[in-house]
Design a protein around this ligand. Structure first.
Ligand SMILES: NC(=O)c1ccc[n+]([C@@H]2O[C@H](COP(=O)([O-])OP(=O)(O)OC[C@H]3O[C@@H](n4cnc5c(N)ncnc54)[C@H](O)[C@@H]3O)[C@@H](O)[C@H]2O)c1
Length: 268
């Protein structure tokens, strides 16, 4: 499924929601005819799981190097970004080469920010492997790192050239991370589209079973809502601004986790 993202102020790009990695090469390679090198930015957990799914596809067209960070929020650090800049320079990257993020929201933020700095901006693309990255973190071109205890205080706006979402990666995602992303999606339904919220409730079993068609349909609607928010169509009042903050996601996530743990205990 392709969702074209057309913006007057920025280059257009597409989001692809696909069952697996099989469609990646044909989407990625034609976008960068002048690039010689690709640097994959990933975290240790995701890289070890999906390196073999991505690297061979890239190696047919590009010289491929990798920069692997530690998993978790602590990697959203300006020094990690500077290490990537150094690595790109030492690997001989030019302004025509490409950064490819492979991972969740942490990798998305780091990759976009690093790409926006090198040579004052080189192209980047992203393969999202968490539900939160698919529905939220990779959408909208916001990239940030934490600084002196404040989240996302340093960053940049830079649109990717492509966002690719292989749904099979959600099979390896820890349940806790899956439901954190799902809480964000429920928030989209609750605040912006009651019919979508009811659809989520009606399709809860298929979603929890990670049925690929259901997940693709869910993400398509959720991404459209996120994009309407980003364009300012839905954000009208301070109350709505508060409700779309992380507070409601956190509350929903805690409620879903509690309910899920309760169900797991009941089934044992
Ligand atoms: N820039 C934005 O607009 C925006 C929006 C929302 C969130 N964010 C940021 O996103 C970050 C959170 O993102 P996240 O929830 O994706 O967390 P994450 O990137 O830290 O990933 C969560 C964990 O799941 C692991 N993982 C990822 N994909 C996996 C897979 N397919 N299989 C197994 N393990 C996998 C990772 O290694 C990590 O340990 C926060 O830093 C937040 O600030 C940014």
């Amino acid at each position: 499924m392709e969702i074209p993202v057309i913006s007057k102020r920025t280059d257009s790009y597409s989001i692809f929601i696909e069952p697996d990695f099989s469609g990646f090469k044909e989407r990625f390679a034609p976008l960068f005819p002048d690039a010689k090198k690709v640097c994959i930015v990933s975290d240790e957990s995701v890289y070890s799981l999906y390196k073999e799914s991505v690297e061979p596809l890239l190696k047919e067209s590009f010289e491929v190097v990798s920069f692997v960070i530690k998993p978790g929020e602590a990697s959203k650090d300006i020094n990690v970004v500077l290490e990537i800049e150094k690595f790109l320079k030492e690997s001989g990257f030019t302004r025509k080469d490409v950064l490819l993020g492979l991972g969740g929201g942490v990798v998305s933020d780091i990759t976009g920010f690093a790409a926006s700095l090198y040579h004052r901006g080189i192209a980047h693309a992203f393969i999202a492997t968490t539900l939160l990255a698919m529905t939220d973190a990779s959408i909208g071109g916001k990239n940030g790192v934490d600084f002196e205890g404040i989240k996302n205080i340093i960053g940049s706006f830079k649109m990717p050239s492509l966002i690719y979402m292989p749904l099979n990666t959600l099979d390896s995602l820890p349940e806790r991370e899956f439901y954190a992303g799902f809480a964000e999606i429920m928030k989209h339904g609750l605040l912006a589209d009651s019919r979508f919220y009811m659809w989520l409730v009606d399709n809860m079993y298929e979603i929890c079973d990670k049925d690929k068609d259901t997940l693709a349909q869910m993400l398509e609607t959720s991404i459209h809502i996120k994009r309407r928010w980003l364009r300012g169509i839905l954000l009208r009042t301070e109350t709505e601004r508060f409700l779309t903050s992380d507070t409601l996601s956190d509350m929903l996530w805690k409620a879903i986790s509690q309910a899920n743990m309760f169900m797991v205990r009941q089934l044992r």
